[in-house]
Design a protein around this ligand. Structure first.
Ligand SMILES: [Zn+2]
Length: 333
């Protein structure tokens, strides 16, 4: 059972209402119910009225594939399958900063754990090494701009090497991408086949920091990373489309490799083109194209709709496709 204080902290954060306002609502709720509920109980009811979920998000041994962006208090057990080189950079205050990442998996998917400055001692002192199994406590999740999962550490987080009981594989066991019609999909991993019926007019060229992959801001001196200052940007391609499979439509977003594979366009070639010219070129290359895609369906919080984050653009298996078509046709009989 959460204490009133714990509920209030969570509620303040999620509802963006002041403590005073929340306490007043809780008091009012208790009065409405003639004092029949405790203040904790009333707080839960207020949370419900505000449409806020205050179920604590701590779970034991959460699987990586089940971790959603912005989850907190994450506890999970993973294997380190890679460690990036440590990169140095200059901070805004002129001091040197360092960053390195652990690439980890639990077999369900991969995640990146960025380590900053002092945290890198974990690697330098070989407290943790490649192939080790580690337990992570109190991490929080973020989705990086390419739809990948990042586990971030705060000062309350812990990483600890644990005994290798062989319970965790050394690589991602390929997730099953179940073929589904768009009308039947929910959040999860799927394979879909459809036609590109529209392309959003968003800037397809996305500049990122070569050190941390973050999005860069442009000002009159150049491209700037909030962490690493001015850097030589990396050009990335993003193509945002609408796919129609006859049963429904979905917004499908192609990042980097998937976008290049789809369009046959190298992002560097768009550097000297306007957004309109770039979109025209992309449209020419992909509009109307029949595509087979694997990816992950996520809820887009801004549009409150489902969105397909493309992992791979696949080749058609003609035999499989015609068999599927025959099955479909016979199902109408
Ligand atoms: Zn950076």
């Amino acid at each position: 059972m959460l204490s009133l204080e714990e509920i209030l902290l969570d509620l303040e954060q999620k509802s963006k209402k002041s403590r005073e306002e929340l306490l007043a609502k809780i008091k009012k709720k208790q009065e409405e119910l003639s004092g029949l509920v405790s203040s904790e109980g009333a707080a839960h009811l207020v949370a419900r009225d505000l449409g806020v979920s205050i179920i604590r998000e701590t779970k034991r041994e959460l699987k990586l594939k089940d971790i959603k962006p912005d989850m907190k208090n994450i506890e999970t057990k993973v294997r380190i399958i890679g460690i990036t080189d440590t990169r140095k950079f200059k901070r805004k205050d002129g001091k040197e900063g360092r960053v390195a990442s652990l690439i980890v998996t639990d077999g369900t998917t991969e995640a990146r754990i960025p380590l900053w400055d002092k945290q890198i001692e974990l690697i330098d002192e070989k407290t943790v090494e490649k192939n080790d199994i580690i337990e992570i406590k109190n991490a929080y999740a973020k989705e990086n701009i390419f739809g990948g999962l990042e586990l971030r550490l705060s000062k309350y987080s812990r990483i600890e090497k644990v005994e290798d009981d062989k319970s965790i594989p050394y690589r991602v066991i390929k997730p099953e991408f179940e073929r589904k019609k768009l009308k039947d999909i929910r959040e999860g991993s799927y394979e879909i086949r459809g036609n590109i019926v529209n392309i959003f007019n968003i800037n397809p060229l996305f500049k990122t920091c070569p050190k941390c992959n973050s999005k860069l801001e442009k000002d009159n001196k150049g491209y700037k990373c909030s962490e690493h200052g001015y850097v030589e940007p990396v050009n990335n391609l993003i193509i945002s489309t609408i796919i129609d499979d006859g049963t429904s439509t979905i917004r499908a977003v192609f990042f980097r490799d998937a976008a290049e594979k789809l369009s046959n366009i190298n992002p560097n070639t768009l550097s000297n083109m306007t957004q309109e010219e770039s979109i025209d070129l992309i449209r020419e290359n992909i509009l109307g194209k029949d595509v087979l895609l694997t990816g992950v369906v996520r809820k887009n919080k801004i549009f409150d709709s489902l969105e397909f984050i493309v992992r791979d653009v696949k080749e058609f298996d003609i035999e499989y496709e015609s068999k599927t078509l025959i099955d479909e046709i016979s199902s109408f009989r």
